[in-house]
Write a protein that binds this ligand. Structure first.
Ligand SMILES: [Zn+2]
Length: 331
């Protein structure tokens, strides 16, 4: 096993990235993000990446794969995804032996219903949890211009991260677990694992999973994009912004840019202190780097197509609606 570990701290000690390189039987590629909460709202981000290639762009988006891998579908970057399936882990889903979050302090079994009911109660609006999650999927999908597609499916309840193929029958599985006091997971809002190195040939169990910390706090921040979170209370995670970020790892295969407050994928001081549910231009460039861009016809071509279609409509009208030959005015 080759192990490379890089740890960086910002001036305020608010960031930690850990990169590991490992060549197991399966070319696994995982990214983990942990949101921290402190009284001054700094946060600590841990990134655990088991990947052969990681690219860091200058002051811009970061992809977990370097032109290849850590994406769904064809591993070659610039190609669209296959249909990315996702599910909420069945109630009682466990973490498989060896799951990294067990060492990180996650405990018990998945209880999405508890998270959902707590969130909906905080939001004082039934359906808010489902809405926030679906909004996040739709935001990435819409920005992809049809190149990233999602489909919600039933979960099979297989242990998360297990070696049984059922553990990775669904691409993105969303779970919620409690955390042990003072463990690394106790400081997390959620953890997201990146896509596999090669989805078509080397699926892996952890890839794409997103796991919430049931002991963290989640809410619907009032206001619009860019508005600061309310002050004075305990730190809370704006759920839609949080899962949008985790999907950036789990579905899109993006890492954290080194700067870029306002980028959904940015993690650092002063990030996550305001409503951030819209993708920035840099987030979208990252998405396009991994899944490509759908060509849009030039305006002149659109004009020609429009003229051609109008001609067809006129022709069709003549064909379908000939002048009635029993109209006395024409006799
Ligand atoms: Zn992250």
């Amino acid at each position: 096993m080759a192990l490379d570990k890089t740890i960086r701290f910002s001036r305020r000690g608010s960031r930690q990235d850990v990169r590991k390189e490992w060549a197991p039987k399966l070319l696994a590629s995982f990214a983990t993000t942990i949101y921290d909460r402190t009284v001054i709202r700094l946060f600590i981000a841990f990134v655990f990446v088991l990947t052969l290639n990681t690219t860091f762009a200058f002051a811009g988006f970061v992809t977990l794969g370097n032109g290849w891998g850590s994406k769904w579908g064809d591993p070659v970057h610039g190609t669209p995804s296959d249909t990315i399936t996702w599910s909420f882990m069945s109630q009682g889903t466990t973490l498989a032996a060896g799951h990294p979050l067990l060492a990180g302090g996650a405990t018990g079994s998945s209880n999405i219903s508890s998270l959902e009911s707590m969130f909906d109660a905080n939001a004082n609006s039934p359906g808010s949890f489902q809405q926030a999650v679906h909004n996040a999927f739709n935001t990435w999908s819409a920005a992809s211009n049809g190149r990233v597609t999602f489909q919600e499916v039933s979960d099979n309840g297989a242990p998360s991260g297990g070696s049984n193929p059922n553990s990775y029958a669904v691409d993105i599985r969303i779970g919620a677990f409690h955390s042990m006091n003072a463990s690394s997971f106790s400081f997390a809002g959620a953890v997201g694992y990146g896509p596999p190195g090669n989805d078509l040939n080397f699926p892996d169990a952890l890839a794409g999973d997103i796991i919430f910390n049931l002991d963290s706090l989640f809410f619907v921040a009032p206001g619009i994009e860019g508005d600061p979170f309310p002050t004075g209370g305990p730190y809370k995670n704006d759920l839609e912004g949080l899962i949008l970020h985790e999907l950036g790892h789990a579905a899109i295969g993006l890492g954290h840019p080194t700067s870029g407050i306002g980028d959904v994928m940015y993690v650092g001081p002063n990030a996550a202190t305001f409503i951030n549910r819209h993708l920035s231009p840099d987030d979208i460039l990252g998405l396009q780097s991994v899944y490509g861009v759908t060509a849009v016809p030039e305006p002149n071509a659109l004009l020609l197509i429009s003229i051609a279609m109008l001609s067809m409509v006129r022709l069709r009208r003549v064909t379908v609606h000939p002048i009635p030959n029993n109209d006395s005015r024409h006799l």
